[in-house]
Design a protein around this ligand. Structure first.
Ligand SMILES: Cc1ncc(COP(=O)(O)O)c(C=O)c1O
Length: 449
């Protein structure tokens, strides 16, 4: 990296026709559809390519450094090149990257998670959040002997067939408010799989109970993200999770929490904050210290389905790279550095940031608000109070969100193109000021357009 420039405006030099990113894209698009392997990095006229990063800063191919408030989709809670992770991984690299046998760090990371997260008695590792969700669903099916699952409308759980359902439904197809339709949210999913997934409206106790009662003997599990990103981090309404737990317990349906993102909100995850007593929990992102990771944990009675020696229903789960020593040592170093005080500091920064950014929105007179919890925030281009997914859907909101994303990039701040952002431990008050200033400039730019 050579003399990166920390621009506060006019940072989008990568959009110029002769930029390095444009050149790179012309070559990449010949070998990679859309020039990038992740659908959510798609942007016009081409993706932003990055050469590296340290702490909370990332530098693009043009040499422009931006404050990284997306941290590889919230996974890098310590930012880039966090020294304890670099040291742990470097040491492990010279001891071997993977074996066909277990290594001690797998036990240490499992123990750390079980000791912190209330719903965990045992854990199994995989390589992504998608895999963690898939393993949880399979475990619930094996344990209950039932096939169907239910999910909440507007919640994203990765790209396993059963859950790529109704996470960006739109009118007029989305069905009734209290009986949302099961719609495919991606191509390539067999129609019968989509219909197998029952869709529930978030925070509507009555409708949730009615739908679960109607399908009680078919359902293996309800999967819930206690703080769903795509829904704008709308928290559970008081009593919703408790009621869900009571109803599912009465019907022998398991509750799976998807904490792939929400584990970030505190030492005990979102379940420590909001309750809900899940049988199974899917995890990912921060627990891998920046390396590919997924983990499924839960009550020992249910987790027994992963034990090849157990009697009764079992599921076969393997994975050449599951629990690989690099991820395990990186995850351990990252998680050990997240003590109570560190989470409290992140939460305090997050609370102050959300208050300040909401003020910026108000002063700008434009539709929008900032939601979130702990170190997570979401810039939502709608003004009405949010109670469920449908409240977040408004004509033109997605386009405004994308324009804000581009304007923030130009103001030197990286968030996701849907407004998702997060803080990292290398950040402090100076970075909060910078985010605040960037939002002011970005909204002013949008007003001028
Ligand atoms: C809540 C949630 N669940 C599951 C996933 C899938 O995780 P991964 O991208 O690691 O497969 C994501 C990814 O963003 C997520 O946000």
């Amino acid at each position: 990296m050579k003399d990166p420039q920390r621009l506060q405006s006019g940072a989008n030099t990568f959009l110029k026709a002769g930029s390095k990113c444009a050149q790179w894209f012309r070559e990449a698009v010949r070998y990679i559809p859309a020039g990038t392997s992740k659908a959510n990095l798609y942007m016009l006229p081409h993706p932003l390519y990055v050469q590296g990063g340290t702490g909370c800063w990332a530098t693009d191919l043009e040499g422009v450094e931006r404050l990284d408030c997306i941290n590889n989709f919230t996974s890098l809670i310590h930012g880039h090149a966090f020294p304890p992770v670099v040291q742990a991984v470097t040491a492990q690299l010279s001891r071997g990257t993977n074996f066909a046998f277990s290594t001690p760090d797998e036990l240490l990371l499992a123990k750390l998670l079980v000791e912190r997260i209330p719903g965990l008695e045992q854990v199994r590792f995989g390589n992504s959040g998608t895999e963690a969700v898939m393993m949880a669903i399979k475990a619930a099916r094996a344990f209950t002997g039932r096939d169907r699952i239910a999910k909440i409308e507007g919640a994203y759980h990765g790209y396993y067939d059963d859950v790529q359902v109704s996470f960006h439904s739109e009118p007029p197809d989305w069905g009734l408010d209290d009986a949302p339709a099961s719609l495919p949210s991606s191509g390539g999913i067999p129609k019968h799989r989509v219909q197998e997934t029952l869709v529930l409206p978030w925070n509507d106790q009555e409708a949730t109970e009615r739908l679960l009662t109607r399908h009680k003997s078919e359902l293996a599990a309800v999967i819930v993200d206690p703080l769903a990103n795509r829904m704008g981090f709308v928290p559970p309404a008081p009593g919703y999770l408790k009621h869900l737990r009571e109803v599912t317990r009465a019907y022998g349906i398991l509750v799976i929490f998807d904490e792939v993102i929400s584990l970030r909100v505190g030492f005990t995850g979102a379940q420590g904050r909001y309750g809900g007593d899940p049988d199974l929990t899917a995890m990912g992102k921060i627990i891998g210290g920046g390396f590919p990771v997924g983990a499924t944990g839960g009550k020992a009675e249910v987790m027994a389905v992963f034990d090849p020696g157990t009697k009764g229903p079992r599921i076969l789960s393997g994975g050449t790279f599951s629990a690989n020593p690099i991820t395990m040592t990186a995850g351990l170093a990252a998680m050990q550095a997240l003590d109570h005080a560190t989470f409290a500091r992140l939460e305090d920064m997050g609370t102050r940031l959300r208050t300040r950014l909401n003020d910026v929105f108000k002063r700008s007179g434009q539709a929008g608000q900032v939601t979130g919890d702990g170190s997570l925030f979401r810039l939502m281009m709608v003004s009405r109070p949010l109670r469920n997914y449908r409240d977040t859907v408004e004509a033109g909101a997605d386009q405004r969100s994308y324009r804000l994303f581009m304007a923030l990039l130009d103001a030197g701040i990286m968030v996701n193109n849907n407004g998702l952002g997060c803080l990292s431990t290398p950040m402090g008050d100076a970075e909060l000021d910078r985010i605040n200033g960037a939002l002011e400039r970005a909204l002013a730019a949008l007003a001028r357009e």
